[in-house]
Ligand binder design. Sequence first.
Ligand SMILES: [Fe+2]
Ligand SMILES: [Fe+2]
Length: 293
Amino acid sequence: MAQVNNKHHQELEIKPRHMDFPFGSLKSMKFFDNNIYKSAFVAQLSATFPVGEAEFLNSVRNLRKEVKNEKLLKQMRGFIGQEGHHSHQHDQINKELDRLGYDTNSIHLKLKAIIDKKVKKMSHKFRLAYTVSAEHFTAIMAEHALRDEHFLDGMEAPMKDLLYWHAVEEIEHKSVAFDVYMECFGDIKFLHRVMKFLIVMLHIRMGSYTLNMAFNSPHWKSWPEFKGFMSWMFGKGGMWRSLRRPYRAFYRENFHPWESGGFDLIEVWDKQYARPEQNRANPEYVPSVAINT
Ligand SMILES: [Fe+2]
Ligand SMILES: [Fe+2]
């Protein structure tokens, strides 16, 4: 079994951090590096989170009566709490993105219709396998964001803080859906097939949503910005190249999400990116309304 800093990974306590970000202070449609394409990529990602993560937590919750391992059950509750809170926070920032000129709501409604009409009719096994695959993809993106200190350079603070916080919790709970799947089904071949399906869907959806959002903004014609986006995404040291190896690891025999480590990144967030004044549990917490005024 995977070890986390000499500790069994199921010893890791998973608890939502209740944050309050000053989303109202988001200023520009080009909130990421003054680049409409990079900003649209992040905006479409954020648009998919409220309904997408609600499905992830439901697919795990569906299996709560089948799981006998008490530690895993506890982690499942933490997973559900964290994903629920992520949904809520992205819902809040999506309203601000729409205020700036995006249309996150149409992506939200499209995805909701797919989940309500199709996904909810699928088996618990398929829904959980899809969540496991998506969780792996989210976790490797999160690890990349926290390892490459320049990845989010030029992003406005409210979105940056939100993404770093989301990233650290994705790393923290990255094995929960996988462990539930292994305990309840253990069908690796099926899981691999679902991952391949997810990758195709992800490319189609992320690509079309990003281009749509950028083209529907008044800023879309800038060629240098498009080149900047392509290099950030596909260039040397860019996200796609960096994700290739951890993505492939998923298909290795005896793969486990914690084999790549990542526990150190939770500390990186605590030391470098966490803002105590935005954490409701911290004595230094300041309500975001007060920050905005
Ligand atoms: Fe999440
Ligand atoms: Fe997650």
